[in-house]
Design a protein around this ligand. Structure first.
Ligand SMILES: NC(=O)c1ccc[n+]([C@@H]2O[C@H](COP(=O)([O-])OP(=O)(O)OC[C@H]3O[C@@H](n4cnc5c(N)ncnc54)[C@H](OP(=O)(O)O)[C@@H]3O)[C@@H](O)[C@H]2O)c1
Length: 241
């Protein structure tokens, strides 16, 4: 059966790899992002549909839902990133700057997934799945980015209990350090990169395909009893029991 798959943040990095994985299997894929030019280029490369949308903006998300079509099987809430890596907003008082920085990460990583899910949930078909994307940053002493991903994980588990009776699953993939993305915005030093790899058990960075394969599995028939979980994909840099 051909499924319809929505991947927010699908223009680069992990979202692009996830979109490519589902498309390669013959699924109909829609990707979103804010930068229309990059999004269009990726859509052409992967042969998928593009809808420009800022996932933090309720009006744009409502328009995305209107454009999407009546049925959806897989929602991958990939849009996000550490907004502390963006240039700080100028002209704010110290406390206003703290508020703006925290709101930016909560909007980018938590509200983005909550809004998109709320907008499209009514059209998800039984057997479908919602996949949220957290971060290993939620597990360690962290700033607003890790806190926003921890909140996303908590909400994701609650979502599972809400959608289970509708025949849907909801899980969160928590990546460790993944190379070949635009996540670090050129600000990852060689020393920090080496430390992130050193922290793994298998001595390597993650690749976008590691996340794409995990997402594809979570959307497969064999994963129907996996719901309400966080799946850590990090080479052992954070372990669970
Ligand atoms: N790379 C890692 O090591 C790593 C580790 C742990 C978790 N993650 C998480 O993985 C996810 C994907 O990141 P990535 O590593 O693939 O980085 P990336 O290459 O920067 O991709 C981020 C994607 O999200 C889009 N995006 C960002 N904010 C958005 C918004 N408000 N609305 C719609 N689209 C938005 C970006 O496009 P536009 O900028 O054009 O909107 C882009 O398509 C993020 O949630 C990130 O926190 C990454």
């Amino acid at each position: 059966m051909t499924r319809t798959v929505l991947v927010t943040g699908g223009s680069t990095g992990l979202g692009k790899a996830v979109a490519a994985r589902f498309r390669a299997a013959g699924d109909t894929v829609v990707i979103t992002a804010r930068d229309a030019g990059k999004l269009a280029a990726t859509a052409a490369e992967l042969d998928v549909r593009a809808i420009t949308c800022d996932a933090t903006d309720p009006g744009q998300v409502a328009r995305l839902a209107d454009d999407l079509g009546p049925e959806l099987d897989v929602l991958v809430n990939m849009a996000g990133g550490n907004t502390d890596l963006d240039p700080p907003r100028a002209g704010l008082s110290p406390l206003d700057a703290v508020a703006a920085a925290w709101r930016a990460n909560l909007d980018a990583n938590l509200l983005s997934a909550v809004l998109t899910t709320a907008a499209v949930l009514d059209r998800m078909r039984p057997g479908g799945t919602v996949i949220n994307v957290g971060s290993i940053g939620a597990e360690f002493a962290s700033s607003s980015y890790g806190a926003s991903k921890a909140a996303l994980a908590s909400w994701s588990a609650g979502l599972s209990s809400e959608v289970g009776p509708k025949g849907l699953t909801a899980n969160l993939i928590s990546p460790g350090y993944i190379a070949e993305t635009e996540f670090f915005k050129g600000q990852l030093s060689d020393q920090r990169r080496a430390a992130l790899i050193e922290a793994t058990h298998n001595g390597r960075a993650g690749h976008p395909d590691d996340i794409a394969e995990t997402a594809y599995f979570l959307a497969s028939a064999g994963a129907r009893h996996i719901t309400g979980q966080t799946l850590h994909v990090n080479g052992g840099a954070f372990t669970t029991r």
